[in-house]
Every structure is written in C-alpha cells, then in structure tokens.
Design a protein around this ligand. Sequence first.
Ligand SMILES: Cc1ncc(COP(=O)(O)O)c(C=O)c1O
Length: 367
Amino acid sequence: MKINFLDLKAQYLSIKDEIDAAIQNVINNTAFALGPFVKSFEENFSTAHKAKYCIGVNSGTSALHLAMWALGIDKDDEVIVPANTFFATPEAVSLCGAKPVFVDCEPTYFNINPQNIEKAITNSTKAIIAVHLYGHPAQLDEIKAIAEKNNVLLIEDCAQAHLAEYKGSPVGTFGVCGCFSFYPGKNLGAYGEGGAIITNDKELYTKMIALRDHGSSQKYYHDYIGHNYRMEGIQGAILNVKLKHLSEWTKSRRKNADLYRKYLADHKDVVVPLEMSGARHVYHLFVVKVTKRNELIKYLQDNEIYSGIHYPIPCHLQKAYAFLHQQKGTFPISEKMADEIISLPMYAELTEKEIQFVCHKIRGFNK
Ligand SMILES: Cc1ncc(COP(=O)(O)O)c(C=O)c1O
C-alpha cells in the first residue's frame, strides 16, 4: 500500500464540482486580482477566527512582512522568534531590516518556551512572534503576559494553525494580529500561493490595506511606498469554497491523530504528540520523536510510506543567519528535535486502514 505524505488530489476530487464552478465564476467575472471573491473570503475568514478585520495577501511570508512593516518594525529593532519554526518567520523580521532574536522551544509541544522569552528581551525588542507550530497553540497566556509587562507587541504566526484554539478561542487575535499561510499543503490551502492577516485594530488594518497595494487606498493616489502583496481572485474563490469544509477536515485530522496515538501506544521508541490542556491542536503535521530517525525514514520509504522532517536545521543554524554567529549548542532542545523528529502522513482523507498500516510498519522497524 503506497501512502503519500500529503494527497491534495484526493481533497480536490472530494469537492471538484464546487471548485471548478468557483474558478469558472472568477473567469466569467474577470475578477483576477483582489475584487469581490477576495473580499468575500476575507469576511468569512475573519468571522471563522472571530476577528474584526482580515486582509488577503499573496503568501504567509507577505502576511508576516506586511504586518511588521505596518507596525513600524525597522532596522534598529529586535523581534523574538522561536529557533524551531519555518524559515519564513525570522526571514520576515529580516525583510523589515530588524534582527530576529532566537529562543529555544519547550520539549513537550515544541513551541517557543515562555521562560526563555523574558531573558531575551532588551531595550530594542519591539515584538514577540508566537508560532503555533504544527497546529498546536503556543502558551499564549504566559507569552501575552510577558509582552504586556515589557510593552512589546505580540504577533501570532498562525501559518500552520487555521481554526486552532487556545482556551476556547481561535488563535490569531491574542496579540495585535495573526498571520496565516494558504500554501497548498496547509490545512486551508490555495491552488497556488496565498496568505492573510487578521486583526481587531482598525488603524493597523487601514495601514496594511494601503501597503498591500502600492501604498494606496484610492487607485493611483499613493500615500506610502508599499508593495504588491494582493491576493488573486481565483485563490479567494477557492479558499472560500474550502473554508466551508475546514471544520470537518479539522475534525478528521484530529480523529486521525487519535488513531495514530492508539496504534502507536506504548511503543518504546516513538514519542507521539500530546495536547496541552486548553489547547485545540489542528494537526497540520503529526510530528513524532524517534530514535534512529534517518534509518526509519529510509525504511518507511522502502515500504512506500512517505514522511517529512519539519525542520532538519533550526533557524539559528541556517547558513543565511551565519552573520548572527550562533553556535551549535545554543538552543539544545531545538537542535535535538531537529535530529529526532519525523512527520508522519497527515491529512483529512487518510483512512484508518492506512494509519494502521503505517503504524504496523513502524512497529516492524528494527525487529
Ligand atoms: C510557520 C510558518 N510561517 C510562515 C510561513 C510562510 O508561508 P508561505 O509559504 O505562504 O509564504 C510558513 C509556510 O510554510 C510557515 O509554516
């Protein structure tokens, strides 16, 4: 039995008629950049996350950059980010000209460790980015309290956490704004690139609306030097269709996570992910810790089971950040994780039989 890491085709086939009609509708209306389909998606997405405003953009990286840019984060500023995240989180800080200040994660849920944040705050700190990595909410109460005490902004990187909840509320508005990615493989994925920012702050929203579209709020009148971060109409229409199914898909991901935990229970060499009390994990990725990680990946591949590593090198050790001179050993938990984690196949359409098969093969490894 061949098991892909992700199966976007299966999802498309399950909603083919709706998607095809939505794309045709955009073409019939020639509403290709921003326009009514993006606007309608923005309204529905902000409602789903209980936010007042939403701005559709052309990627999650643009969302993070646009938010920090509009918040005035600049070259003499520092922004605290987890060492274990996708590269785009610190990259967006660097795009503002500011310095990403890395901190280690905690060992259970793999998110930024609030205890390490306070030590990293200096007079130059402008913001903390809490990444809800793999779909598991970060410790928002603690992080928010630190941000408020030190008068710094809290920004949420929700790229992997659509509809994740912390203490009963959707992620994205615990700080000043929440940034999402709709990269195709995300829990809510476009058919191309996409991203969004949600916020309850009207002033920030107005500034971001202008910066997204060449610094203008009225066509051909430019108040700022901005950029072209506009969302495409086709992506807005597709995301609107998919958003209607997201709750069901999220339930399936959560059910699949329970099945993995059931079939891997008591395995002495596999540590399965847990959920923090009060957190609703949306399992963008199902990341387990194993011994002999690279051998396991090869063995699974030989059995036509495809997995991933998220991420093999923590951000502080990436070549691009060599100029920050951070040595190996600086963030031991993130570094150890990078050597031990493996992301197992995870998507709504996975069947119990397939999960059982993956777990059966894992149990056969090393025997
Ligand atoms: C945590 C995190 N932040 C930011 C991004 C950037 O999003 P995009 O790829 O849409 O630019 C991603 C996407 O992979 C991500 O996983």
